[in-house]
Structures are given as C-alpha cells and as structure tokens.
Ligand binder design. Structure first.
Ligand SMILES: Nc1ncnc2c1ncn2[C@@H]1O[C@H](COP(=O)(O)OP(=O)(O)OP(=O)(O)O)[C@@H](O)[C@H]1O
Length: 269
C-alpha cells in the first residue's frame, strides 16, 4: 500500500557566510526517512535544537531541502509548489494568538485560505466556514468576532479550523498543545482525535511532552542534534528505550512530573 506521506533521506544543511572567516556549515537535519498512513500520528521528539522544526519547515516548503524526497500519495512534492502543499499539508503552532491576524474577523481569517486556494463562490465559502467552526466546537456567531475576543484554547480551535478548512491530509502540530493547561489540552486532544477519525487525517506531532506523545501517537522518532537516534512504535520505544538519550529524556520528564505533583500538594496544604 502506498503511504500517504513518504519521506526519504530528507536533510538540511545551512551555510553561514562570513566575510572574514571560513563559511560555517550547520547540519540542522541529517538524512531522515519515515512514512505515515492516513489516520495515524507520528511524534517527533527531542531537546531544543535537535531539528524537529526543521523537519516541519521542510515538509511545508518553508525551507528548501538539501537532499532527499517528499512524496504525498506516491507523488513527489515539487520545491516551491506552495499551492499543492498548502492544500494538503497544514501546520498549527504553539502560540496561536500571535499567528492569527488581530485586525481580521474569524470569518475573514477562515476565508483567506479559501480565496487563495479554491474557486468557491461567497455563499459556498460562508457555508464552509460555518461547518468548519461547528466541527471544532465553535459557533457560527463567532464569525464576526476578532481573535482578541477568544481565550487561548478557543484561539487554538480557530487555528485548527483554519488548518482543516482546505480538507488537508496531513497536519503538523508544532508544539501546538504544550501551552494549554491540562484540561484544555485533553479537550483539544479529544477534538484532534475525533477529526482524525472523521477526516482520515495524519498528524505529525512535534513536542517535548512525552505524556502527550504516549497518549496520542502511533509512531515516534527521537532526534538529537539533527540525527535520528531511535524510531519505531511509540509504545515500544517509550517502554523499552534503547538509547541513553531517550532514557534521559524519559527520566527528566518523570522527574518534572513528580516535582509538579509535589508542588501542587504543598500548595493545597
Ligand atoms: N535559518 C537557520 N540558519 C542557521 N541555522 C539554523 C536555522 N534554523 C535552524 N538552525 C539550526 O538548526 C538546528 C535545528 O534547529 P530546529 O529549530 O529544527 O530545532 P528544534 O528541535 O525545533 O528546536 P526547538 O525545540 O527549540 O524549536 C539548530 O542548531 C538551529 O540553530
């Protein structure tokens, strides 16, 4: 069966030019390969600077690839073909508040990708905006509101609405759940899982929080300094980590969790 998304030997090197010294080469991402099927979630984890966002930027075409190939439904994605990528691969960031243009209403914000990428008439676009808001748990009345009138969790839903309105096949969640408090986060995860089931979406979940990763993803890639250290089924990798870096990552999160629980207990005393 052809994978929905197939990435082969994708890599990224930056060359920093300097007038006085030799050019500096930064290997942001060493060759990485993976596949994702519809309805599945792949998590990419690693510490700061490990190359997680570089993978995301290469997939959405925000950076040029140094080597490798990205195939969607068996077809190679051409560098610079933003229209093709925009429709099929969408991205949601951690800080939705700053990615939503504050001077546009929700209707205008959701209309933008439709105007750029579809031939729908005004009536059809408005209907699609209503339906999409409904899908993410918002109301048609919200169309005339501005982003500042929403809470952080609701802004995240607006970003999700903007991401799904073009009926994409892949959504990249770049630290998209990290800033939400635990109850909003679980609501958002449930919504994402529902949408995945309804729309057959594949997610790429980029983040630090291994609790979310364990709950949410089917497969995992552990990155360190641009290199893949471990790759496989999430349950296998997290229950039986082979590399000492992965073990350290798991240990440090367990330690943080115990510390948070202890602080919470002390506060309630
Ligand atoms: N435009 C750029 N020019 C030069 N180096 C870059 C550029 N973008 C990223 N890098 C370098 O590539 C490496 C990987 O960065 P990347 O942002 O992918 O890491 P990350 O794992 O997403 O980190 P974080 O969790 O902090 O976002 C880092 O060493 C970074 O400094």
């Amino acid at each position: 069966m052809t994978a929905l998304l197939e990435v082969t030997n994708l890599s990224k090197t930056y060359q920093i030019s300097n007038l006085w010294f030799k050019d500096r080469i930064i290997k942001a991402l060493e060759p990485i390969s993976f596949q994702i099927q519809a309805h599945k979630t792949l998590a990419i984890v690693g510490e700061t600077g490990s190359g997680k966002s570089t993978v995301a930027k290469l997939l959405v075409g925000a950076e040029t690839i140094t080597s490798g190939e990205i195939k969607l439904n068996g077809q190679s994605l051409q560098q610079g073909n933003f229209k093709q990528r925009c429709q099929h691969i969408r991205m949601i960031f951690q800080d939705s508040g700053t990615t939503l243009n504050p001077s546009l209403t929700i209707e205008q914000l959701l209309d933008e990708p439709l105007l750029l990428n579809t031939d729908l008439n005004e009536e059809e676009r408005v209907q699609l905006i209503r339906d999409t808001l409904h899908k993410v748990g918002l109301l048609a009345e919200h169309m005339s509101f501005y982003p500042h009138m929403f809470s952080g969790g609701q802004k995240q839903r607006i970003s999700l609405a903007r991401a799904i309105i073009l009926k994409p096949q892949v959504i990249i969640l770049d630290e998209a759940l990290g800033a939400l408090d635990p109850s909003l986060r679980s609501q958002m995860i449930n919504l994402l899982l529902d949408l995945q089931q309804q729309m057959g979406l594949a997610y790429i979940l980029i983040g630090h929080n291994l609790g979310i990763v364990k709950h949410f993803s089917d497969d995992i890639i552990v990155l360190c300094q641009g290199k893949v250290l471990e790759q496989g089924k999430t349950s296998q990798v997290l229950n039986n980590p082979q590399h000492k870096y992965t073990k350290k990552l798991i240990m440090s999160q367990q330690f943080q969790l115990v510390r948070q629980q202890t602080t919470a207990k002390t506060k309630t005393k």
